[in-house]
Design a protein around this ligand. Structure first.
Ligand code: BES
Ligand code: MN
Ligand code: ZN
Length: 498
């Protein structure tokens, strides 16, 4: 999006939509709300007096007042307190962009009370994400995109404001890219194509991409990834992205953080076929992978004093003459043998090899994201992703990051008793004990076996990675859950490490 920042007056721009952020209560002197009232001789005051608008967070009203050159004015509630926090500004910017697109406004001017230069980051991010749509498969291209967004600053913006805004836009676009990937039908994003997209992003942010094909995975002993991908004419891939520390570090040893994403480009369940209802959703079974790629795409706007490694085991899980069958035994990269009792429990197989591979990096932290179990939605509904870890520091860091970005995590148990439920009579482990009770916990315990002593956390995002209704910052469908959370988590870790 073409997006510019200036200290122009809100009355003078002939835009399709002027959006103004308004806090609850009396308008503060000099605030956008007060300036709107001054220009329109009290249009906002009248709206309030009628009881039609209070400024509560999420509230909006459309006006057609005299005194401004905009075709229409949208007032957006920012909630209580005259200094809106970054989350309120993020949501307001998203709301403005969303409505501007719905109205076919063409151009948008946005006036928000901006407390600090840093806040422009949240605004840039919100603007891009409110505007983002998946239009690739629409013959009419969807509702018209905004041609221009003009951000009205309370004072002449300096370099810090412009940089923060640019960083916000970059991050918003990274989330948009992750949504785009998760939205893409399985037909158009088999593992090799996913790997190509990852490579392209890596090139852009100066990360190194390595893509292991079937022969390379055979040499590495990745029996699990190979087994999941065996039924498909589109062979599996194992993708590794590495970005070295981007800021000078004092310590001799550069720490490494590994992020792993489940990359099932389509999940039919395999021979243990899924029921037909809602199966089309399974194009998003690579949402964990999309989050990892989205994180890498935001690296230009993120300075890290540590090495970041992204790992994506990717396969298409289908039926066919070559597909693994229930009862088959596969061997993971660490030698563990697994009886595949259910070919639909494929995610944990992919992650098993990825976790073993991750040990090579001697990482200081490992986080995996996976649309791993339907059962996590039974446990948590649609309001939180499951957080499984035995590492209290990681738990606190990730939980906090999620609260800050609005991507809630809820702690789930990782008792070894769950692993005891996963013993096989034939092999070391089963991949499914064929019980519905605690299915997210037994899945996590299975992963814990392969994580070994790594400082590791698992996020089961099957409950949250799909939006069932439009939100200001995201339309219905895959939402790239985790990208913003990971960015925030790493940002905080980077600050702590300095
Ligand atoms: N990708 C699914 C999990 C899933 C289900 C994500 C629904 C989003 C919505 C995963 O591969 C799967 O099929 N899990 C099984 C595990 C079971 C066989 C132990 C499940 O949840 O049913
Ligand atoms: Mn499955
Ligand atoms: Zn799956």
């Amino acid at each position: 999006m073409n997006c510019s920042l200036s200290a122009a007056s809100l009355a003078t721009r002939p835009v399709g939509l002027l959006a103004v952020g308004v806090a609850e209560g009396e308008a503060q002197r000099g605030s956008p709300a007060a300036r709107l009232d001054a220009a329109t001789r009290g249009a906002l005051k009248a709206l309030r007096a009628a009881g039609d608008f209070t400024g509560k967070s999420g509230e909006t009203a459309l006006l057609y007042p005299n005194g401004v050159r905009a075709k229409r004015v949208l007032v957006i509630g920012l909630g209580a307190g005259h200094n809106a926090d970054d989350r309120a500004l993020y949501l307001a910017a998203a709301t403005a962009a969303r409505r501007a697109r719905e109205l076919g406004a063409g151009t948008l001017a946005l006036a928000l009370p901006v407390p600090s230069d840093d806040s422009w980051r949240a605004i840039g991010e919100g603007l891009v994400l409110g505007h983002q749509r998946h239009t690739a498969y629409l013959s009419n291209g969807g509702k018209a995109a905004l041609k221009r967004a003009l951000l009205l600053a309370p004072r002449p913006p300096g370099a810090a404001a412009r940089e923060a805004l640019a960083a916000g836009v970059t991050r918003g676009e990274a989330v948009g890219l992750a949504r785009e990937l998760a939205n893409t039908p399985g037909q158009d994003l088999p593992p090799a194509a996913l790997a190509e997209r990852a490579r392209e992003i890596a090139r852009r942010v100066r990360a190194k991409a390595t893509v292991y094909d079937v022969a390379a995975m055979e040499r590495l002993g990745m029996g699990c990834v190979l087994a999941v991908g065996r039924g498909s004419p589109h062979p599996p891939r194992f993708i590794e992205l590495v970005r070295e520390a981007s800021v000078a570090k004092k310590q001799a040893r550069v720490p490494t953080v590994v992020v792993i994403g489940k990359g099932v480009t389509f999940d039919t369940g395999g021979v243990s076929l899924k029921p037909r209802e809602g199966m089309s959703k399974m194009k998003y079974d690579m949402s964990g992978a999309a989050a990892v790629i989205g994180l890498f795409a935001s690296l230009d706007a993120l300075e890290l004093p540590f090495r970041l490694v992204g790992l994506i085991p990717s396969a298409e899980n289908v039926t066919g003459g070559r597909a693994i069958k229930p009862g088959d035994v596969v061997r993971a990269m660490d030698g563990t043998t697994i009886e595949v009792t259910n070919t639909d429990a494929e995610g944990r197989l992919l992650l098993a090899d990825a976790l073993v591979y991750a040990r090579r990096w001697k990482p200081d932290a490992v986080v995996d994201l996976a649309t791993l179990t339907g059962a996590i939605s039974i446990a948590l509904g649609r309001q939180a992703a499951g957080l499984f870890t035995r590492d209290e520091t990681l738990a606190a860091e990730l939980h906090r990051a999620g609260e800050e970005t609005g991507e809630r995590l809820w702690r789930m148990p990782l008792w070894s008793d769950f692993l005891a439920e996963m013993r096989s009579d034939t092999a070391d482990l089963v991949n499914s004990n064929e019980r519905r009770e605690g299915a997210s916990c037994t899945a996590a315990a299975f992963l814990a076996h392969f994580a070994g002593t790594l400082p590791w956390a698992h996020l089961d995002i099957a409950s949250t990675a799909w939006n069932y209704g439009d939100r200001p910052d995201c339309s219905r469908g895959p939402n790239a859950f985790g990208v913003r959370l990971l960015v925030r988590w790493l940002e905080r870790r980077a600050t702590a490490a300095r």
